[in-house]
Design a protein around this ligand. Structure first.
Ligand code: SF4
Length: 380
């Protein structure tokens, strides 16, 4: 940690409402109505002050973060006062991971299994300390990793690439899927520079050509055919875009409900169901969030949706998937660095591992996981 100072010009008025909010590691002073701040102020200390207050109260309230000084010629009785703002606060030296998930609202803790909110909150804590493959190479984030900001600049192209990455994802690691998507992007940008990686360009490829770019992906032959067919259906029946209902999406060849719900959430902002993959199914079952009868992803989804408030339906997939990729990995979970094991919350913890100290050899092994676990290990 270290202290940093930034300067920004601000214009203040006699009576204002001011908000200091946190977005990632940036805190910005977003002042309503009479006060404008001309540049974002940087500080990791978040503070929310939304209230009608006097000019003097604003100065007092944000003083711990921002030192506001009127210009020498400023007239404090004037409705508008030009000030210089100087931010002083603590800022983490390293970038925060993008996976800052919200914890459970205490009002929701009483729903569902008795331990769910404790486990969920612990996983949120642990996930804030590392970036898992799903965070940058998962289906949802991959189009934006390949083309920064694609989701905002070209939502339709983002939705299409999201569909393709989801279709490639079954039985395939995120890293392999990412390589295939990058190959497609590079090739299509050269073959069809006017379209890039889009429905227009992929629909021109034969299944064999698609296969040549995705040959490392599991079941690539079958997936090439599905992608080819899905492109024709999107053009002929959906005006070149992704359908907006789960019923229509799962009619596309090779697209199941898990992909469909994620596509709706991330592509259209429609939260109509939970995307359940193998990690979420495995961990929900292990933690007792679902019954033994829920032995398929679809049954798991139905049981989770029966008690989990819908506000968590979007987060739960990347939250738990990233945890399952790196900490609670199948077959050899890393219970020694898992707070659920150390606190005795997880009944499936490997007690021997939990009670052992981390040797240099073990540390070296942990550092070979699919994410940098330094922050998690250093906490022990
Ligand atoms: S099995 Fe181990 S790693 Fe997995 S949640 Fe339980 S304590 Fe954590």
């Amino acid at each position: 940690m270290h202290l940093r100072k930034r300067k920004a010009a601000a214009t203040a008025a006699a009576t204002v409402a001011a908000t200091v909010s946190r977005t990632g590691k940036r805190a910005k002073v977003d002042v309503k109505n009479e006060v404008e701040v001309s540049s974002a102020l940087t500080s990791s200390r978040a503070q929310k002050l939304t209230q009608d207050v006097s000019y003097a109260q604003v100065m007092e309230a944000i003083k711990p973060q921002v030192k506001l000084e009127p210009e020498p010629e400023a007239n404090l009785d004037s409705p508008r006062v030009k000030v210089e703002a100087e931010v002083e606060g603590e800022e983490e030296e390293q970038d925060l991971p993008p996976n800052i998930f919200s914890k459970v609202d205490p009002a929701d803790a009483a729903t569902g299994p008795s331990n769910w909110s404790t486990i969920y909150n612990e996983v949120v804590e642990m996930r804030s300390k590392f970036m898992a493959p799903v965070d940058h190479q998962g289906c949802e984030s991959m189009p934006n990793t390949i083309t920064p900001n694609l989701q905002k600049t070209n939502p339709q192209k983002y939705r299409f690439q999201l569909l393709i990455s989801l279709m490639l994802s079954s039985q395939t690691k995120d890293e392999v899927n990412y390589d295939a998507m990058s190959k497609l992007n590079t090739a299509l940008s050269q073959l069809y520079p006017e379209f890039g990686f889009s429905l227009q360009s992929v629909s021109k490829l034969t299944p064999g050509e698609i296969d040549s770019y995705i040959s490392k992906v599991g079941f690539h032959n079958r997936k090439s055919n599905y992608i080819h067919q899905a492109c024709q259906i999107l053009i002929q029946e959906h005006k070149g875009d992704i359908p907006r209902t789960i019923e229509e999406i799962v009619k596309l060849p090779g697209v199941g409900p898990k992909m469909g719900y994620l596509l709706l959430q991330c592509g259209w902002g429609i939260n109509s169901g939970i995307g359940v993959d193998v990690h979420l199914h495995r961990l929900a079952s292990m933690w007792g969030w679902i019954s033994r009868k829920a032995n398929t992803p679809e049954k798991c989804r139905a049981e989770l949706e029966s008690w989990l408030p819908s506000r968590y339906w979007t987060d739960i997939n990347p939250l738990v998937v990233g945890f399952g990729q790196v900490v609670c990995v199948p077959r050899a979970p890393n219970c020694d660095i898992c707070s659920l094991g150390r606190t005795g919350v997880c009944k499936s913890a490997n007690k021997k591992l939990v009670n052992s100290t981390i040797s240099d050899e073990r540390r070296a092994k942990l550092m070979k996981q699919r994410a940098d676990l330094t922050n998690l290990i250093n906490e022990l």
